[in-house]
Design a protein around this ligand. Structure first.
Ligand code: NDP
Ligand code: HSE
Length: 429
């Protein structure tokens, strides 16, 4: 074993960074044996230098992250600050000064992954980010390496723990969205500002990263269709139950049937209770990968939290350190397929539509005609009503999102349709 240590600069020492530092210290001997050289924490960049940080030598703490990455003798920079800047500049500076980078920053990788990979390539360094998608769950490396010989057709997953906790609470207790969000906040699952989670931004960033790797194609954050879960109601869960389904916020990345394009989207959807993703409870994450040769694979585990996320960061750190000792780099960006990313209108799936209608002769026929005129085939219709008003629940066969959108627009124009109470996609069948 080499005795000269590999030097690691830790940028950020919060929820994730503090656990990375702790494991680096407590598992130092094992890490050294696995890497083939000891790893040494050479500096820890933070915003508040005076904060007490258990297990961290105060002499290592600095507020000058730029000086740390420019030091010249750093082998690996671990970026767990988050956000776009200064993380982006620090990462590119790290490459320019000879370091490889491990990051947990999904927002940055989703937005600027291509440019960051190019910077890593230019300097012959690694950029690894297993922790950026689904915390502890090994997903990036299986997609990038283990499935490199297969053809991935679909990635379907729950990649946001906060929203899964909220939806699970709504399902199991009958609570409304706000009540479930309040519980998630009180238990520390939801952040004070939960927008990134509940509006689907966090999941969309993860979907962009997954789709890019799965389909060897650049998928930008703007390419991902995004709908949050704040509009999901207790009534939607009641409808889902009647269909033998539950509701999850799903990230879905698909290759088109003809293989010529891909789509990526995040939205709430009904899934059958028999689907393995329906049983993913609380703040857990799970991702289903469907590939040509392997068939269906499922990855499950904690998608957030300091220690689970640090596990993924440390796995990357070991891999990157091994590469450095070997004088090599691991796989970089693979975007050779360059498939076009189709708009949401091209996505084909099933829909559950809940309408408030007048309960009088001919209304059902009128509604059915609108579906037929837009080429959307009805699978089931359920009606319940009283006092001249009715609730109509229509479940369709597979149709394009564009056709469904046209149908709903036309339904809204009917005098007999008082309102469209909810539209939800049905997935996983
Ligand atoms: P925290 O907010 O807990 O920690 C951020 C750290 O960065 C803090 O130590 C903070 O310093 C430091 N910091 C902030 N700005 C600067 C700056 N300009 N210069 C130097 N240091 C700075 O974030 P998390 O640990 O939760 O998240 C880190 C990354 O990991 C993010 O990209 C996040 O998306 C990702 N991630 C997080 C998960 C989780 O469960 N928390 C799960 C998966 C990924 P100070 O301590 O002084 O405030
Ligand atoms: N806010 C994210 C979640 C953290 O709830 O899953 C992990 O990326």
């Amino acid at each position: 074993m080499r005795t000269r240590p590999l030097k690691v600069a830790l940028l950020g020492c919060g929820v994730v960074g503090s656990e990375v530092a702790r494991i680096m210290t407590t598992h130092a001997a094992d890490l050294a044996a696995r890497i083939g050289a000891p790893v040494e924490l050479a500096g820890v960049a933070v915003r508040r230098p005076d904060k007490v940080r258990e297990g961290i030598d105060p002499a290592l703490v600095t507020t000058d992250a730029t000086a740390l990455v420019k030091q010249g003798d750093i082998d690996v920079v671990v970026e767990v600050i988050g956000g776009i800047e200064p993380a982006r500049t620090l990462i590119t500076t790290a490459f320019a000064h000879g370091a490889s980078v491990v990051s947990a920053n999904k927002a940055l990788i989703a937005q600027d992954g291509a440019a960051l990979h190019a910077a890593a390539d230019e300097h012959g360094r690694d950029l690894y980010y297993e922790a950026a998608v689904a915390g502890a769950i090994p997903l990036i490396r299986p997609l990038r390496e283990s499935l490199a010989g297969d053809k991935v057709n679909r990635v379907l997953g729950i990649v946001n723990g906060t929203t899964n906790f909220i939806l699970d609470a709504m399902d199991t207790t009958g609570a409304g969205y706000q009540e479930a969000l309040d519980e998630a906040t009180a238990l520390g699952y939801a952040e004070a500002d939960p927008t990134a989670d509940v509006e689907g931004f966090d999941a969309a960033a993860k979907a962009a990263i997954l789709a890019g790797i799965a389909f060897h194609t650049r998928v930008r954050l703007d390419d991902v269709h995004r709908e949050g879960m704040t509009e999901v109601t207790a009534a939607d869960f009641a409808s889902a139950k009647e269909m033998g389904c539950t509701i999850k916020l799903l990230a879905i990345c698909e290759r088109a049937a003809d293989g010529a394009s891909v789509t990526a989207r995040v939205h709430p959807a009904m899934i059958p209770l028999s689907h393995p993703l329906a049983g993913v409870r609380e703040a857990y994450n799970a991702v289903f990968v469907e590939s040509e040769a392997s068939g269906q694979l499922m990855f499950y585990g904690p998608g957030a939290g300091g220690s689970p996320t640090a596990s993924a960061v440390l796995g990357d750190l070991v891999a990157v350190c091994r590469n450095r000792l070997a004088g090599a780099t691991g796989p970089g960006e693979s975007a050779y397929a360059a498939l076009p990313v189709s708009p949401m209108g091209d996505v084909v799936t099933r829909y559950h539509i809940s309408l408030d209608v007048a309960d009088k002769p001919g209304v059902l026929a009128q509604v059915a005609t609108v579906f037929a005129e837009h080429g959307v085939s009805i699978d089931t219709v359920r009606q319940s009503g009283k006092d001249g008003e009715a609730s109509l629940v229509v479940v369709t066969h597979r149709a394009s999102d564009a056709a469904l959108g046209g149908t709903v627009e036309a339904l809204r124009k009917l005098d007999t349709v008082r309102g469209v109470a909810s539209i939800m996609r049905v997935e996983g069948e």
